[in-house]
Design a protein around this ligand. Structure first.
Ligand SMILES: NC(=O)c1ccc[n+]([C@@H]2O[C@H](COP(=O)([O-])OP(=O)(O)OC[C@H]3O[C@@H](n4cnc5c(N)ncnc54)[C@H](OP(=O)(O)O)[C@@H]3O)[C@@H](O)[C@H]2O)c1
Length: 340
């Protein structure tokens, strides 16, 4: 069953005050039910694999340095792997590790038969060339899907390991029964990890795709044409109601912790719950979109937090299972863009 969650009572009240009796039914696309469904599917598959006497799939993560956010992400990934019955391993290297030493570590992981897939947590320290590192990962174990071989396969429409964030967004749209085929999808941002692979996946889903970036002229005239607008700009509250057309679906990939009061009040203007949280905690999480400003205009929108973020982690675990099944030659068709 598809769960449709409308804005909270508190938000409704605020909107009525502003707009008289107008009550819009904007769907908030929470990722939690999607994540739970995918997790359950992975868990059942791992149980079935183990029941055949086979070993559990194993995910490894290489963490360089002591950046707190990277460490949190890696721990989340490892812990979710364990939660679904997989093995996980974290390889911690010091911040001053040389590129050669890091690539040697990757070589060991490529050779290690007990590891099905691994990631090198980005960003890496500035003395290391990330592209070189990514290219040294064996494509069959590249569960981030960033290796040029996997990116090439993605654009050819014949993919296996797909970058996690865009893959999770497709799952989310499927789960909420939001059609993609024939829709005009506008993506703001052309990074290798979000914007570009998102464009490839949307094309595969038969959308008409436009990709915007920092040199795009008259951005809002393009974003206003979007049936589905995917925003991965990395700027808090960058997209506001003037950028969207009535009834659009908005996917907000950005995530930012804001401690600056003025910025918090600008991005979350009118959002009583969010601003109260800021007053209590001294910070809030926001996306690349002004969520509350868009709420009355769009038909559906992902929240931040609780939207795209959790999908990224579960999609990585899904890729790990895919890598395992590819290696063990086990069929794994029920995990591709789930009709959850
Ligand atoms: N929730 C998750 O799991 C998840 C995963 C990945 C990323 N994120 C978040 O998503 C956001 C984007 O991440 P990313 O790695 O894709 O970012 P990124 O590598 O910094 O790319 C940002 C993109 O936005 C474009 N851009 C910048 N300013 C613009 C402007 N004024 N108008 C139009 N386009 C503009 C850039 O264009 P140019 O190419 O021309 O420079 C670039 O393509 C960040 O907030 C990040 O933290 C979240």
């Amino acid at each position: 069953m598809i769960e449709t969650i409308y804005r909270s009572d508190r938000m409704l009240k605020t909107c009525r005050e502003i707009e008289g009796d107008r009550i819009m039914k904007t769907r908030i696309l929470y990722s939690k039910p999607v994540v739970e469904k995918i997790k359950d599917k992975i868990k059942s598959k791992v149980i079935a694999i183990r029941a055949q006497g086979k070993r559990a799939p194993c995910l490894a993560a290489v963490l360089v340095g002591d950046v707190v956010s990277s460490s949190i992400y890696v721990n989340k990934k490892a812990s979710l792997a364990r939660e679904v019955g997989m093995e996980s391993k974290i390889i911690r290297l010091p911040n001053n590790v040389s590129q050669e030493e890091l690539i040697r570590e990757i070589y060991y992981l490529n050779q290690d038969d007990t590891i099905d897939g691994f990631i090198v947590q980005l960003p890496l320290p500035s003395h290391i060339d990330s592209n070189n590192v990514i290219e040294s990962i064996y494509p069959a174990k590249d569960v981030d899907g960033f290796h040029p071989y996997n990116i090439g396969r993605l654009w050819l429409g014949n993919f296996s390991l797909v970058p996690a964030t865009p893959s999770g967004i497709i799952d989310l749209l499927y789960y909420y029964d939001i059609p993609i085929e024939g829709r005009h999808v506008v993506i703001v941002g052309r990074s290798n990890i979000v914007g570009k692979p998102m464009a490839a996946l949307m094309l595969k889903e038969n959308a008409t795709v436009t990709v915007c970036h920092s040199r795009t002229v008259n951005l809002s005239s393009i974003t206003r044409k979007a049936d589905i607008l995917v925003v991965a700009v990395g700027k808090p509250g960058f997209i506001s109601s003037e950028h969207v057309k009535e009834g659009a679906v908005v996917i907000d990939v950005g995530i930012h912790r804001i401690e600056d009061r003025e910025l918090a009040f600008e991005v979350a203007d009118g959002d009583v719950d969010k601003l109260q949280k800021f007053n209590e905690k001294g910070s809030i999480l926001v996306g690349d979109c002004k969520f509350y400003d868009l709420l009355d205009k769009v038909s559906a929108i992902t929240p931040v937090p609780g939207g795209v973020g959790p999908l990224t982690v579960v999609s990585l675990i899904k890729n790990t299972l895919t890598a395992y099944c590819n290696r063990e030659k086990i069929e794994n068709t029920n995990l591709t863009f789930v009709n959850c």
